[in-house]
Design a protein around this ligand. Structure first.
Ligand code: ATP
Ligand code: MG
Length: 398
């Protein structure tokens, strides 16, 4: 039997894969960004976009590691709808400053930046006043006054970014701020963030904001600031092609001194369509189902129902559950109109299908967008952010 303890595969949101396949181009592009920014050269930062489960979060994590390996300060946040940016951002920058402090020779400079960071954080104002009084950023220096504490997020971001970037400049590196689920940042914060990035890039300060989010993120950014295309290079993260998908399975299997037959690889690709999350799920189940080494096509077939069951709960179901009855109706209509394929549907076709006025469906649609389940693919067209969601919805028992 294949030892389940040694099963290398890792299905799950943000789970580091045993082999990060097919992302060489993105990693190389980020090397160039780091090198150029550290030398004070102008360079667009990266924004990764793609569907659920294609590997944005793990790639963002890898970019973070790259920055840290080069002695950069780095911090990562996951944006949430309806939450202001100050607190998570100050936590991420705190982390970055601590990375830099290790190499910095002037502790009083570090402390002064931490004081500014604390002042910035304390300006966050949650609706709940009780929470505001109790909450303290975990920074143990006194907050300073007069910098990054005006209350205007744009002014404060520029000042804070500038000070943190200077700290990095002292040690000859830079600062990377990585923002996952970037489409969830509120309108004011996103516009301030773009403005701050713009200002810093013009002064040649070594700080980059690297983003990741759903496919409509570029549209959100350019609606916010027309110059955002000059700040960010949008990189679409997609399913893996056949060769890379095979590598994602072969390399980890080989590392465990096990094997898999070519027919089993065919079957795995058939099932996964090259989507990284599905690759991990089906490969993991196939390994566990294999009575002997190598893993065969029969093992893949045997394991598939179990893998699908797990996907139905963990990948599809957890998202479907977030939708209200009206939203579910909308999702099902999309699934029928696209016949379970991953193509976009016309919003007016959805209305016709449901026998409703288009305007009456806007609340459901907007709420589904906010929940990250669908996105507006282009004018008048709506698509699932979750690959194979339509197929899943059509296969569900009532
Ligand atoms: N390049 C890759 N090669 C192999 N497996 C990968 C790769 N990238 C991601 N994975 C696997 O795919 C799964 C999903 O990855 P991740 O959570 O990063 O996706 P995501 O795009 O952030 O999804 P979401 O939009 O839901 O947050 C994980 O199990 C991860 O191990
Ligand atoms: Mg993610």
């Amino acid at each position: 039997m294949m030892d389940p303890v040694r099963n290398p595969f890792a299905p799950g949101a943000g789970q580091r894969p045993p082999e990060l396949a097919g992302r060489e181009k993105e990693l190389a592009a980020f090397e160039v960004v780091l090198e150029r920014i550290a030398r004070g050269r102008p360079e667009r930062s990266l924004v990764l976009t793609g569907l659920r489960g294609v590997g944005k979060t793990v790639l963002l994590g890898e970019l973070r590691s790259m920055a840290v390996r080069r002695g950069w300060g780095a911090g990562k946040i996951e944006a949430r709808p309806d939450a202001d940016l100050r607190r998570p951002l100050s936590a991420a920058l705190h982390r970055a400053v601590r990375d830099l402090a290790v190499r910095h020779r002037a502790p009083e400079r570090v402390e002064s930046v931490l004081g500014t960071l604390k002042a910035f954080a304390l300006k966050s104002n949650p609706e709940n006043a009780k929470l505001r009084d109790r909450w303290q950023p975990g920074i143990d220096v006194p907050a300073t006054t007069g910098r990054a504490d005006s209350g205007d997020i744009e002014i404060d971001l520029v000042e804070l970014f500038t000070d943190v970037a200077e700290l990095a400049q002292d040690v000859g590196t830079g600062v990377a701020v990585l923002i996952d689920e970037m489409q969830d940042i509120g309108a004011d914060d996103i516009s301030a963030l773009c403005a701050a990035c713009h200002e810093l890039s013009q002064s040649g300060a070594p700080l980059v904001v690297v983003g990741a989010g759903l496919p409509h993120l570029p549209a959100l950014l350019s609606a916010s600031k027309s110059y955002s295309e000059r700040l960010f290079r949008y990189v679409r993260i997609d399913r893996l092609d056949r060769e890379d998908a095979d590598q994602a399975v072969l390399v980890p299997v080989d590392r465990e001194q096990a094997a898999i037959t070519p027919a089993a690889l065919d079957a795995l690709f058939d099932r996964s369509g090259g989507y990284p999350y599905f690759i991990q799920a089906f490969a993991k189940a196939a390994w566990d189902a294999a009575p002997t080494d190598p893993i065969t096509v029969e093992d893949v077939a045997m394991a598939a129902p179990e893998a699908e069951e797990e996907l139905a709960v963990g990948f599809f179901g957890s998202r479907y559950e977030r939708a209200t009855p009206a939203e579910r109706e909308y999702l099902r209509a999309m699934a029928e109109l696209t016949e379970g394929k991953d193509d976009p549907a016309g919003t007016s076709d959805v209305a016709v299908f449901l026998g409703r006025k288009p305007s009456s469906l806007s609340p459901a649609r907007d709420s589904l967008i906010k929940k990250g389940l669908v996105y507006s693919a282009e004018r008048g067209r709506i698509a699932f952010t979750v690959p194979h969601f339509g197929r899943y919805l059509r296969g569900m028992e009532e």
